[in-house]
Design a protein around this ligand. Sequence first.
Ligand code: SAM
Length: 278
Amino acid sequence: MVEALTPGLYIVAGPIGNLSDLSPRAADILCRADVVAVEDSRVSARLLRYAGSDRPMVAYHDHSDEAKRTWLVDRMGSEAIALLSDAGTPLISDPGYKLVRDAREAGRLITTIPGPCAAIAALTLSALPTDRFLFMGFLPAKAKARLDTLAEVAGVKATLVFYESGPRLAASLSDMALGLGDRDAAVCREISKSFEEVKTGPLTELAAAYGEHPPKGEIVVVVGPPGEAAKASAEDADAALCEALTRLSVGKAASEVAKKTGLDRRTLYARALEIKGP
Ligand code: SAM
């Protein structure tokens, strides 16, 4: 007879495409949990079959009502609840944060069974610096909100990691070039699946390539940190200021370009006043 698990919450990472990436420990927990909380039971049924698990599933999303969460947290007092996403690590652009928060508040045992995560897998493939990175999740769908989000992080000295979908890829890459500068980037597609593909190059080149041939499948975009070259060019700064002044006040345009280029904001403010004229 299999030994029962200690009651609590077990956060189980699943594969991001290749079922063989399910770890033996993750499979063991999925077989021994009293119940498995899942996003989509059709997707998870396949993984449970692969793991040899016959455990019952219950639907869980972060927008599940509080009553559902309370019910799960109550059950964790006497049962082992496994939390599984459709792909990869739960809570990473996936449900689970509120469940973990409430379970911790209730003093339940919480443990994780780590494993695949598309963001980390893409970083390893990108050939871009990995010593410091910022996970950005999905950018907003609307162009204005997307550019605003990019402006917030343009000055961050770290590699940026974005989740994307095929139909939006080219537009997002163009906006990244506009908002972050034409940095080196990698588009990592269908990681761990039969048609895994990585394309690298400056953002503008990638945008042009994918604009002509919109890709299928699941995608992570990795963008390198701002380079010193971006700091040097006064012409680039002028071009960025001219563009920003079409949308923003002098002060805000100077702040945005300072973040983007790493140049001094006061110098840019003075230059923006000159460009704007009397
Ligand atoms: N929790 C998952 C993880 O650990 O990576 C992410 C879930 S999020 C809802 C799904 C997004 O992750 C996809 O739209 C895509 O951007 C990325 N993704 C998932 N699997 C992928 C794969 N095999 N190759 C590339 N990107 C992937």
